[in-house]
Design a protein around this ligand. Structure first.
Ligand code: SF4
Length: 249
């Protein structure tokens, strides 16, 4: 723990200045150290986002489980997930035994199709992501002070300037990103070393897994996220926005 970054459990939550200072001090620190800071600063006010599709979320889940058993995990279920992802979610959480909240929109897929048309998720992906991912997450995070996520800076140009910890204006909570400085090799190495379970689709050519209608396996040499929203310019669902660079519907 860095000197001067500890907060009492009956805590005064970190102010905006505290968060900025922590971002500077923790830059370049080990992910475990960043996580320990977040757990200490926010306690049960911290929640961890895991998609159960990508290696980063699983690595972060494993790390969190070694630091605390108090942090609740949440996972957005759009209703368009692969069956493999839904099954894997249950299997993985049996191993980690952290409390899990599966977060869904109030609008069923059938109601969405009725309201917007059968191709809504391919012809208006920003709106579909907003309805099925972003809005439910915003509602869920209203109960928390901070969320942790496994994004890395080298995944997309929009993520390149993500701080270790920052204020997430849209969700109204702090956003902690312990893995921002890691690359995919470091993720793989940690997963191997700690025998972290992975979505079985990752062994079938998929390298970034989201909703089934808009995820395809990638070829050798292709970017890991090339299989997401293939054929459109969309690269982000809208949950991770850096400096307003990703539009929300
Ligand atoms: S990824 Fe596709 S199916 Fe999933 S919520 Fe976004 S637009 Fe809808």
């Amino acid at each position: 723990m860095h000197e001067g970054l500890r907060y009492e459990r009956e805590r005064t939550l970190p102010s905006g200045d505290d968060v900025s200072r922590a971002a500077e001090v923790l830059e370049g620190s080990d992910p475990e150290e960043i996580l320990r800071w977040a757990v200490d600063a926010y306690g049960e006010g911290l929640t961890l986002s895991v998609s159960f599709g990508n290696p980063e979320g699983m690595v972060l889940l494993d790390m969190v489980s070694r630091v605390t058993d108090q942090v609740r995990v949440f996972s957005i279920d759009t209703g368009f997930l692969f069956d493999e992802t839904v099954r894997f979610r249950e299997e993985a959480m049996a191993r980690y035994e952290l409390p899990l909240d599966v977060v869904r929109t109030e609008l069923s897929v059938e109601e969405q199709v009725e309201r917007y048309g059968p191709q809504m998720y391919t012809c208006s992906p920003d709106l579909c992501c907003q309805v099925r991912k972003v809005a439910p997450q915003r509602k869920h995070l209203a109960k928390y002070e901070a969320w942790a996520t496994g994004i890395r800076r080298d995944q997309t140009p929009q993520r390149a300037d993500t701080p270790v910890v920052g204020w997430d204006e849209y969700f109204g909570v702090a956003k902690v990103s312990p893995l921002v400085g890691w690359n995919s090799e470091q993720i793989e190495e940690y997963a191997r070393e700690h025998d972290v379970p992975m979505n079985p689709l990752l062994g079938m050519g998929y390298r970034s897994i989201g909703c089934e209608p808009q995820t395809r396996p990638v070829q050798e040499g292709e970017d890991a996220r090339a299989g997401r929203w293939d054929g459109s310019e969309k690269t982000e669902c809208g949950i991770h926005v850096a400096n307003g660079k990703v539009g929300r519907a």
